[in-house]
Design a protein around this ligand. Sequence first.
Ligand code: PMP
Length: 394
Amino acid sequence: MFQHIEAFAGDPILTLNEQFAADPRADKINLSIGVYLNDEQRIPLMGAVAAAEVRLAQSINPHPYLPMAGLPAYREQSRRLVFGEGQGERIATIQTLGGSGALKVGADFLKAWFPQARVWVSDPTWDNHKGIFGGAGFEVGTYPYYSPATHGVAFDAMLAALRALPAGDIIVLHACCHNPTGADLSQQQWRELALVVQERDLLPFFDIAYQGFGEGIVEDAFAIRYFAEQNIPLLVASSYSKNFAIYGERCGALHVTGKDADEAQKIFGQLQSAVRKNYSSPPAYGGRVIATVLEDQQLRAQWEAELTAMRVRMKQIRSELYAQLKAQLPGGDFEYLRIQQGMFSFTGLPVAQIRKLRDAHGVYLIESGRVCLAALSSAGVAPVARAVVQVMTE
Ligand code: PMP
């Protein structure tokens, strides 16, 4: 029966992680992963999350199904975190299985109601964008995004490509901390992009998986809030995996803005229909933890302070690594570490040097040249800087 089934090629990042785990060197360093580690090289358990878990554990409850759309308090808090106060009646929000679940339900909803549209993702992007939108039946293309010369966004090329799209096409945008490049649009560029989206009647689908990792909770949501204020219809997939360090509980949300409360209600119904056909209703535990933190003034303040500390740590690692690289190789171009935002940067190192980093120095990066700075400890900065300079000068 199953003879024709082909082996799954696997995920290059996971394969590299297996190779890392099997590497016997004690001083090996893994910068290929996509999670935030604290300076002790562990996924943190945030104090606000732990406190909410203790609170929840104190009352023993049965385990009913959640509604298809998830917990009402979670939905409300999630909408406010992304959009701020106001406009709530015209936004349909559902709880989802992480940011991935939000993208998948959003993709199914769009395929049902915009079957002719094509989807455009940045070049490069998080690999699974292509998988999820392709899996929902869309033709997926790319628009220019990254400029190796400036380590920033190739904004003119991006705008030119988007201007050429037919009305109704869907563009996936990283709201902040672009994965994999760390290169983000400035506020002025977001404003210009909003004009093009309006002129061309495009449908933006924002992906915000790192809110609070760039400049702050409010700052990182700038683009979404600005587009919503311009009354541009849009979708948002938001994830709590990173900013609550709650990866395995699969917490995210999907938001869709309608023109008014009536339209939002219809959209809300169709989102529930898409959920029903996927997994019926979301898991409850992580949703309860997050709603508890966000609804409680004290826990929320604690969470915000802990999130700020994570952001500050990532920025410190960036500037320490920059300083050490620049000191050892003054002619080298390491500006990318200071320009780019969030967990990731694009080093631009050629594949041969990335392999040498791994084989000769035990420093693991994926071959695209993406480095996860959120996985580097302060103790790891000096050996990584030494290794990078060595492979660049050999
Ligand atoms: N979008 C982007 C850009 C991501 O980097 C990730 C996670 N790596 C996701 C979505 C998915 O988030 P989650 O793990 O919450 O499904």
